[in-house]
Design a binder for this molecule. Structure first.
Ligand SMILES: *Cc1c(COP(=O)(O)O)cnc(C)c1O
Length: 422
C-alpha cells in the first residue's frame, strides 16, 4: 500500500519511524510551496470580526503553528493521540503535578532525575501533594497505593545507574487500583522506547536532550491518548504559560527529523564503549542496558527497539574519586559537562555534579559512588570514542594510583581512602 506523500504530515501507523520523523507535522507551505515550514514569530493573529480569527490562531501562548507542528511530530513518534510542549522538561513535570487535586499522593521510583526529585520534595508539598519514593517499585507498588494515590512516576532507565523498570508490570498494578502511570522517557527517546505501548498513560520528555539533540534548546513535552488529559493539561499549558518559543519549536522540530539516525548511532557508540569498559582492567563496574551482563537485560529486550541500550552509560573507575575526576579531564573527544542526548559526547561525575544535592547515604544506596562516571554518547565514530576512553582510563588510573602509592594514607578528599586503587 502506498500513501501519497502530500498526506503524510498526518501520521498513519502504515509509516515507519524515520518516515514519520521527517514528515509528521511537516506540511508544505500552501502559499509559497516552501518544503520547510516558516518560523511564525507573530504573537497575535488578525480577526475579521470579534471572535472570528482569520485562521485557527489568536494568541501565541495559547497555540501557534510551529508549536502545533512540533507537537504533532512527537505525538506521532510516541504513538500518542496528543502531545503538549512546555518551556522545559521541568515545566512539563510541574504542569502534570499541578493538574492533581490538593491532597493527592504520588508514588515515584527513588532515583528520578534530580530536578524532578526537587520538585516532588520541595514544591509539590506546598500544594498539598505528597510523594512516596521506592527503590523497587515493581515489588512494592501495591503496598504504597493509598486511597488518594493518583499517579505513579517512573524513569527507565534510571539516572545515572541505568536500572530499568518493567513498565507493563507497574502499569497493571497501578491501573488495578485506578492510578495513572507517567514515564519519563528522556534517556531513550521515542526511537528506542514507546512507554504508552507498554501501558503508561503519560510519557514525558526533556526535549532538551535527544529529541532536539543539538544542545541548543531547553524544552519539555508530555504525550498521551486521553481526551480528558488533553483538556486538563492544555488548559494548564495556557493558564500556567510555561510555553516554548516558536523559534525553539522550529529548532526542536528540525532536530527531531534526524532522531532515528542520531539515536541509532549513539546506541552503537555506547555499546562499543561499554564493551571496551567491561574488558578494561581499570574499571570496577559498567552500567549499560545494552550489555548481556546488565541485570535488567531481559527488560531491555522486551521494552526497547531491537533490544538497543541507548546512548547513556555509567561506570565505576578504579582509583576512587580522584581517578574519576582525572578521567573526565583527560578525555579529548568527550567534553566534561552536564546534560546528555546531543550529537557531541559528554562525560560527568554525578556525585559531584548532577547528583551532588543528594545526601551521600541516599546517593550511595542507589549506586552513585564517588568513582562513578556518566557518559552521554554522541554520534562521532565509535573507534575514536573507544580509543579516547581507553587512553583516558589508563592515564587517570596510573596517575592517581602513583599518587596514592607515594602517600599511602592519603584519602580522596571525601573521607574515603582509595589505597586499593590499582
Ligand atoms: C534533563 C532532564 C529533565 C529536566 O528537563 P529540563 O529540560 O532540563 O527541564 C527531566 N528528566 C530527565 C530524565 C532529564 O534528563
Amino acid at each position: 500500500m502506498t500513501v501519497p506523500i502530500d498526506s503524510i504530515d498526518n501520521p498513519s501507523p502504515a509509516h515507519g519511524f524515520g518516515t514519520l520523523a521527517v514528515h509528521a507535522g511537516s506540511p508544505h507551505d500552501p502559499t509559497t510551496g516552501a518544503v520547510i515550514e516558516p518560523i511564525s514569530l507573530s504573537t497575535t493573529y488578525e480577526q475579521t470580526a470579534v471572535g472570528k480569527p482569520v485562521g485557527q490562531y489568536e494568541y501565541s501562548r495559547s497555540s501557534n503553528p510551529n508549536r502545533d507542528n512540533f507537537e504533532k511530530a512527537v505525538a506521532a513518534l510516541e504513538n500518542a493521540k496528543y502531545a503538549l510542549a512546555f518551556g522545559s522538561g521541568s515545566a512539563a513535570t510541574a504542569t502534570i503535578l499541578q493538574s492533581l487535586a490538593q491532597g493527592s499522593h504520588v508514588i515515584s521510583v527513588s532515583d528520578v532525575y534530580g530536578g524532578t526529585h526537587r520538585y516532588f520534595t520541595r514544591v509539590a508539598k506546598a500544594h498539598g501533594v505528597t510523594v512516596t519514593f521506592t527503590p523497587q517499585i515493581e515489588v512494592d507498588i501495591a503496598e504504597h497505593i493509598r486511597e488518594n494515590t493518583k499517579l505513579v512516576w517512573i524513569e527507565s532507565p534510571s539516572n545515572p545507574t541505568l536500572r530499568l523498570v518493567d513498565i507493563r508490570s507497574v502499569a497493571e498494578a497501578a491501573h488495578a487500583r485506578g492510578v495513572a502511570v507517567v514515564v519519563d522517557n528522556t534517556f531513550l527517546s521515542p526511537y528506542i522506547q514507546n512507554p504508552l505501548e507498554h501501558g503508561a498513560d503519560i510519557v514525558v520528555h526533556s526535549v532538551t536532550k535527544y529529541i532536539n539533540g543539538h544542545s541548543d534548546v531547553v524544552m519539555g513535552l508530555a504525550a498521551f491518548n486521553s481526551d480528558e488529559l488533553r483538556e486538563r493539561l492544555a488548559f494548564l499549558q495556557n493558564a500556567g504559560g510555561a510555553v516554548p518559543s516558536a523559534f525553539d519549536c522550529w529548532l526542536a522540530h528540525r532536530g527531531v527529523k534526524t532522531l532515528h539516525l542520531r539515536v541509532k548511532q549513539s546506541s552503537i557508540n555506547a555499546t562499543a564503549v561499554a564493551e571496551a569498559l567491561e574488558a578494561s582492567p581499570y574499571v570496577v563496574a559498567v552500567h549499560y542496558p545494552g550489555l548481556d551482563s546488565h541485570p535488567h537485560r531481559h527488560i531491555a529486550l522486551r521494552q526497547h527497539r531491537d533490544g538497543m541500550g541507548g546512548g547513556m552509560l555509567s561506570f565505576r573507575i578504579k582509583g576512587g574519586r580522584a581517578a574519576a575526576e582525572r578521567f573526565c579531564q583527560l578525555t579529548r573527544i568527550y567534553t566534561l559537562a552536564e546534560s546528555l542526548g546531543g550529537i557531541e559526547s559528554l562525560c560527568e561525575l554525578p556525585s559531584a555534579m548532577t547528583h551532588a544535592g543528594i545526601p551521600r547515604d541516599q546517593r550511595e544506596a542507589v549506586g552513585v559512588f564517588d568513582d562513578l562516571v556518566r557518559i552521554s554518547s554522541g554520534i562521532e565514530e565509535p573507534e575514536d570514542l573507544v580509543h579516547d576512553v581507553e587512553q583516558a582510563l589508563e592515564r587517570a588510573v596510573r596517575e592517581t594510583t602513583a599518587a596514592t602509592d607515594a602517600t599511602p594514607h592519603m584519602s580522596n578528599g571525601n573521607g574515603v581512602t582509595n589505597g586499593h586503587a590499582a
